[in-house]
Ligand binder design. Sequence first.
Ligand code: PEP
Length: 238
Amino acid sequence: MRQKLVVANWKMHGSSAFIRGFFAEFAPAGNVVICPPYPYLATVAAACAEKGLEAGAQNLNAEPQGAFTGEVSAAMLGDLGVRYVIVGHSERRSLYGESNTVVAEKYHAARAAGLVPILCVGETLEQRESGNTLQVIAEQLAAVSGEAESPWDNAVIAYEPVWAIGTGKTATPEQAQEVHAFIRQALGAEGQSIQVLYGGSVKGDNAAELFAQADIDGALVGGASLKPEEFAKICSAA
Ligand code: PEP
């Protein structure tokens, strides 16, 4: 039986004062991961540990160490008590040119260090409208699985249609369910046990119907995760 999971992606938002306010107000329910910007990871990891939540990072570098100014390794995240890391978010792919190959390297570096990667996959509006959604997702998954043995062990997938991220346009539960079912099928035997989250304008008032779908195991939440009350509503629906 797969457990529900809700992940907050704060992106480049927040401050020390915001974090104090957030944890003063946020009453957690269920399995929750908070992914703040790097400078706040240690603070958030400590606050999460107190409340029975988990902390996650939004990105990592695939190299173990070295002359990579501004970068952070998987081992450093583990050292901070961080358990999860988002990999291949569409903003990383589109704004920072991360290819499927780069995303795969990050994914495997995270797993090798004992972290749980949250792999984001999803199609653009143009790809959906030209009927290529499932092919795009299949390619994003294949790049990661490659020749690896049990590549989906200890990992989470987030289906995030790019056209639904930060736009207020949520995929309908049926649209999301179709892709989630496809993802499970593409993953073969491991597809039944892995958590597959939906992301894209999830809010307190649309979470329950998304989570009611057979293959949706929770959500990756951007904007609404910055509002403790709204985020708590999403977590309660999970
Ligand atoms: C995201 O950034 O992963 C996301 C899903 O954002 P939002 O919830 O704001 O659409």
